[in-house]
Design a protein around this ligand. Structure first.
Ligand SMILES: Nc1ncnc2c1ncn2[C@@H]1O[C@H](COP(=O)(O)OP(=O)(O)OP(=O)(O)O)[C@@H](O)[C@H]1O
Ligand SMILES: [Mg+2]
Length: 230
């Protein structure tokens, strides 16, 4: 599956059902740059120029590429990788300041660093294993479609409720809206109760970061879903 698949989808034109149109925001609007350094779990991306860092609102997608903690996808011969931006910088030299002051964004080349999280395999992102991105691979800001595929990938198992003959009666209902992504307000995380409790669950964070509140939220959702809690 190519990356274009995720940046367009086909809709039928009502009057003439043989007529299909590509809609969606073309991926060129999400383009940010090329991979310039590759490490085992991370990569650096040379942003084409500073103007690509501008905040953009494209239909329902809001892109804020000059910060960190947002997702990008990397189009590589090995496949489509998803990565999270953890660092963003421009070289601090005189000429950069001058260019920025004069509003010339074309000759400032920012650099972003990303953690590579996974590679697309079927309809889920999986761990990349030994596969890595390559130098000059193109990088795009992940759109809502790709972010929701990533969020669905966190759920590795599909927990099913079976009858006495071993036939699946139903799937375990997910606890909805457990978390919102800072970079994409419209996306929220839903997980099946067993995904949380199959093994052990540890909540880590500094003082006042919301550990107790998050734990209470999970308990509250469990009670609402009529699950046994003790
Ligand atoms: N998702 C959230 N959105 C906004 N405010 C939040 C959120 N989660 C927690 N808070 C607020 O942050 C504060 C700290 O939350 P909480 O007590 O859960 O942190 P904690 O990690 O358990 O702290 P401690 O380490 O002191 O136990 C509270 O005032 C809480 O209302
Ligand atoms: Mg607490």
């Amino acid at each position: 599956m190519t990356i274009d698949h995720f940046y367009t989808h086909k809709i039928e034109v009502p009057k003439d059902s043989s007529n299909w149109h590509d809609v969606g925001v073309p991926k060129s609007n999400f383009y940010i740059g090329m991979v310039s350094q590759v490490y085992r779990d991370s990569a650096y991306i040379q942003v084409e120029n500073l103007s690509l860092f501008n905040h953009r609102n494209i239909r329902l997608e809001s892109l804020i590429p000059n910060s960190i903690n947002y997702f990008v996808v990397i189009d590589s011969v090995q496949g489509i990788f998803i990565a999270e931006v953890y660092q963003s910088r421009v070289n601090s030299s005189d000429s950069v300041h001058e260019s920025m002051n004069r509003g010339i964004k074309e000759n400032v080349y920012p650099e972003i660093a990303v953690n590579v999280i996974g590679i697309l395999d079927g309809n889920k992102f999986k761990l990349a294993g030994l596969k890595t991105v390559g130098i000059t691979d193109k990088v795009y800001i992940a759109n809502n479609k790709l972010i929701s595929i990533y969020l669905n990938s966190i759920e590795v198992n599909d927990y099913q409720i079976k009858d006495m003959h071993g036939n699946t009666i139903k799937h375990q209902k997910a606890l909805e809206n457990l978390m919102k992504l800072e970079s994409s307000e419209s996306q929220s995380l839903s997980l099946q109760p067993n995904t949380l409790f199959d093994r052990h669950l540890m909540v880590v964070g500094t003082t006042n970061s919301g550990k107790s509140t998050s734990s209470l939220t999970i308990l509250d959702k469990l009670v609402s879903a009529e699950k046994k809690v003790w």
